[in-house]
Write a protein that binds this ligand. Structure first.
Ligand SMILES: NC(=O)c1ccc[n+]([C@@H]2O[C@H](COP(=O)([O-])OP(=O)(O)OC[C@H]3O[C@@H](n4cnc5c(N)ncnc54)[C@H](OP(=O)(O)O)[C@@H]3O)[C@@H](O)[C@H]2O)c1
Length: 239
């Protein structure tokens, strides 16, 4: 049976992909703090990815399969504040969730599924390459994770591992709502995000999930590390 481990399965892109894969008959392990999915093929592991001790001691499930997918979708913008207003506690929680935990999980995943054909989808962002006011930890984490993914890709040539760093575009999820609800005093470009929403520029999480599934099925046709989903045209054959 095809199996996926998905962080951030409780919301937005991670939840939409979990639901799509379950419909396709995959077995899915979801990792997040809360859970909204109940399905015979779904197991939820409650882990706070900001708590490094918990992530360190977390053991990936024992899965016997020929093929496995790890999707790193969990992330947080945390408190959207200029850097000088951020508390040390928040800096650590955000960097741990967005960067340190995925690094630990990627490492555990590659070691545990040593002999299995495996794929990592690391959900990245334009913020990996572009500095955005008041998103300090988020930009730093996404940038760091994209570099790490590049190293993994280079190290895994001719191996049974494929790594993709995926930019989903602007997606209609609770993360975008959190952005729009931020005070302009702390986030001077908030109006731009309110406009995106007003102009219906946001992609649905369901369409993003369909594109991720398409990418997985057709990964042999993609050689690059960074995939921009807005440029990916798919024939929508999934309902
Ligand atoms: N939405 C966009 O426009 C957009 C654009 C570019 C990139 N992205 C990226 O796409 C991915 C998914 O974002 P989204 O928009 O779907 O966000 P979302 O709806 O806010 O979902 C975030 C997910 O991360 C999990 N999470 C957050 N903090 C966590 C923690 N401390 N421990 C465990 N899980 C935690 C949440 O689960 P719990 O709260 O249950 O723990 C939730 O399932 C992220 O990597 C994001 O950076 C999104």
């Amino acid at each position: 049976m095809k199996t996926a481990i998905i962080t951030g399965s409780s919301s937005g892109i991670g939840k939409a992909l979990t639901e799509l894969l379950l419909k396709q008959g995959w077995f899915v392990y979801g990792i997040s703090r809360s859970n909204k999915i109940s399905h015979d093929l779904f197991v939820h592991n409650s882990v706070n990815l900001s708590d490094i001790k918990k992530v360190e001691s977390y053991e990936l499930p024992n899965i016997f399969c020929d093929e496995i997918l790890l999707v790193n979708s969990a992330a947080t913008l945390g408190n959207i504040l200029p850097f000088d207003k951020k508390k040390t506690y928040d800096l650590l929680a955000e960097i741990n969730c967005n960067l340190v935990s995925p690094i630990i999980l990627f490492n555990k995943f590659i070691k545990k599924f040593n002999n299995v054909k495996k794929t990592i989808f690391s959900i990245s962002s334009g913020a990996a390459a572009r500095p955005i006011h008041s998103w300090s930890t988020y930009c730093a984490s996404k940038s760091g994770l994209e570099q790490l993914s590049q190293v993994l890709k280079n190290e895994s040539i001719n191996s049974n591992l494929r790594v993709f760093s995926i930019h989903p575009g602007i997606v209609d999820t609770p993360m975008q709502k959190h952005i729009r609800n931020t005070d302009k005093k702390n986030f001077p470009v908030v109006d731009k995000f309110i406009e995106y929403h007003k102009n219906k520029d946001l992609t649905s999480a369901k369409l993003v999930a369909k594109k991720l599934f398409y990418l997985y099925k057709n990964q042999q046709n993609f050689n690059e590390l960074v995939i921009y989903l807005r440029n990916l045209e798919i024939k929508d054959s999934l309902h």
